[in-house]
Design a protein around this ligand. Structure first.
Ligand code: ZN
Length: 268
């Protein structure tokens, strides 16, 4: 803790945090010193990035190599028709730049894969995975567990969402919970998504990251949050570390981020 005081502008900006007992001056200073890498600036990444920037996260990495397409505008709320064809990370950084000058925005135009994951997450205090595919989710999990970096990971499907926090060795990793992707988890084709669902789930990703940054409350480590917006239902189930997990188990065999086979086509 630096013990530095906030400027008059910062005191005004973060007033609602400063009066919140769980945050206060110490918590706000901690957020201003925290770096978060956001993997994927899509439906989940847009709202997560917006809240983290507003909250005063010190440094925010925005990783995506995709361009903004018209079909994204139904749910990816940082983008407008003027942004079509632009890189998502760069457009998001430009948009968020006007929100909070305290935040160092780092657009990273790249695609995270097994070969570059360790390098991309190196140096960040915390990682949020808001990517739209299982291949990336396993690789981010591997890189974070191997580096000892806490990970907030979420996914969406039609009206449903899932969120957990991987903070190994305090709890299970993504592979403990989902040892192998099922065809249902990894649909080969786009399954559709309700416009506001990624807003719900992405905001929870940001909330878990802020709590980890502040050190307040209890995180979703060891719990899997299951959201079903058809019924507007939220429930969490306990998940445990698997002693046989190839990554974080007692005799791990995975020594570097490893791609998994995905998207099995039906055989019949
Ligand atoms: Zn594991």
């Amino acid at each position: 803790m630096s013990g530095e005081r906030l400027s008059a502008e910062q005191t005004e900006r973060y007033q609602a945090h400063l009066t919140l007992p769980e945050v206060g001056l110490a918590g706000q200073q901690r957020l201003l010193e925290t770096s978060v890498l956001l993997v994927g600036i899509g439906g989940l990444g847009c709202p997560a990035a917006q809240y983290l920037a507003a909250a005063g996260i010190g440094k925010l990495g925005l990783l995506d190599d995709d361009i903004v397409e018209r079909s994204n505008l139904q749910r990816q709320i940082l983008f407008t028709v003027d942004d079509l064809g632009g890189n998502k990370a760069e457009v998001a950084a430009a948009r968020l730049g006007g929100l909070n000058p305290d935040v160092e925005l780092v657009p990273i135009v790249d695609r995270l894969a097994a070969s570059n994951a360790a390098g991309l997450i190196e140096g960040w205090d915390l990682v949020i995975d808001g990517s739209d595919n299982f291949a990336t989710r396993y690789v981010v999990n591997d890189a974070c567990v191997l580096a000892g970096t806490p990970l907030v990971t979420g996914s969406i499907y039609q009206f449903e969402g899932q969120v957990t926090v991987v903070d190994s060795p305090l709890g299970p990793c993504y592979r403990c919970i989902f040892p192998a992707p099922s065809p249902e988890q990894a649909p080969c084709r786009e399954a559709g998504v309700l416009a506001s669902l990624p807003g719900v789930v992405g905001t929870i990703l940001a909330t878990e990251a802020l709590k980890l940054g502040i050190g307040a409350g209890s995180s979703l480590t060891g719990r899997l949050l299951l959201i079903d917006m058809r019924e507007t239902s939220f429930r969490s189930v306990r998940v445990r570390r698997d002693a046989g997990c190839a990554l974080c188990g007692d005799e791990p065999s995975i020594e570097r981020p490893t791609a998994v086979a995905l998207c099995r086509e039906p055989t019949d």
